[in-house]
Design a protein around this ligand. Sequence first.
Ligand SMILES: C[S@@+](CC[C@H](N)C(=O)[O-])C[C@H]1O[C@@H](n2cnc3c(N)ncnc32)[C@H](O)[C@@H]1O
Length: 369
Amino acid sequence: MAEAADTTTPTPTDRTEALAGELFAGANAALTLFSVYLGTRLGLYDALAAAGAQTPGELADRTGTDERYVREWLEHQTVSKILTVDDERAAAGERRYSLPEAHEPVLVDRDSLYYLAPLARAGAGLVGPLDDIVDAYRTGEGVPFADYGANLHEGQAAMNRPAFLHLLGEAWLPSISDVHERLSAESPARVADIGCGHGWSSIGVARAYPNVRVDGYDLDEASIEAAKKNAEAYGVADRVSFEVRDASDPALEGKYDLVTAFECVHDMADPVGALTTMRRLANGEGTVVVMDERVGDEFTADAGEIEQFLYGCSVFHCLPVGRVGEHSAATGTVMRTETLRGYAEEAGFGTFEVLPIENEFWRFYRMEA
Ligand SMILES: C[S@@+](CC[C@H](N)C(=O)[O-])C[C@H]1O[C@@H](n2cnc3c(N)ncnc32)[C@H](O)[C@@H]1O
C-alpha cells in the first residue's frame, strides 16, 4: 500500500523556493534602505514633514533637487509603503505625496528612540570599503575604522544618540544606585568614557548630572573632532573634554569614579589591554560599566533577527576593524557574556556582574577591582 505523502516536511523544492523568495525580499529591503539614505541625505523627508503633501516639482524646488529623480524616488517610496499618494490616477507630475505622521519618529525626529533612519547611512558605511573587506577575508588582515568613512561613523553615532541623550541619564545610570548617588553628589564626580565615538554618551552623562566632569577617549581622530563640536553645541564643553587616545595605551592615566565603554569593547583589537586601562582608571574605588550587544549565551542557528543583524555587522565591519593590529583578539560584534567575562578576568577585575537593565539590544556589565 502506498504511503501517504508527508505534507509537513518541506521538500527540497519548497526550501529552494523559500530561499529564493527570501533573497528577493532581502534585495527589496536593501534597496528600500538605500532609498531611505537618499531621503535623509537630500532632506526629502524633512521637507515632507515640514510642508505636508507635495508634488515632485514642489519637493524638488524645496530641497534643491532634480524633479525627475525625485519623482522616481517618490513612486518607489510609495510602493515601498513609506509614503502615501493622494490620487494615484493623477498625471505623474500632479500627484501629491505625504509622509504619514506615524513615520516621522522613524525618519525625521532625531531624538526619538524609534529614529532608525541612520541605519541607512550606517548600512551604506558597513559595505563602504567592500573591496578591502574582500581582500581582508583572503589575507586575514584588518580594515581600519577610518576607512569606513563618514557614512558608518555618522550613521552609527546617530543611531545611538537618542538613547545616550535620554535613556542613559534618565534610566540606565539611575538604576545603578551607588553610581547614581556618586554622580549626583555635589563634589564633582569624574567619568572616563572609553571609545566615546562622537561623544553622545559623554554628553548624555554630563547633561543628566550637572556636576560631573567627563573625559572622552577614542582612537579615531574624525570622531573626536565631531565629539568636540557636539559638546560645544550642547553647551557642556566646559565639563566634557575629548582626546584621541588608544584605550590600550598603558600611559593613559587618571582617577575616575566611573569608567564607561559603550558598544566598543567588541571592536577593540586588544580588549584585555583596554579593560586593563579601565581598571587602572577606576583606581580601586571606581566602577567600570560596559555596554555591549545583548547576544545569546551560545551559538545557535535559531538565534533570532537581532543576532542575525549583529552577525551581519560583524562580517562587514566589527570583525575587520577589530583585526587591525598584530595580536588582535578578533572578537567580532557577537561578544558573548563569557567572552567578556574572560577578558575581564585577564584584565585583573575581581568582580564581574551582568546588570539587571532591561533592553532589547544592549546588555550592561559592571566590573570592579
Ligand atoms: C561602534 S563605535 C561606538 C562609539 C560610541 N561609544 C557609541 O556607542 O556611539 C566603536 C568606537 O570604538 C573606538 N575604538 C576602537 N578601538 C579603540 C581603541 N583601541 N581605543 C579607543 N577607541 C577605540 C572606535 O574608534 C569607535 O569610535
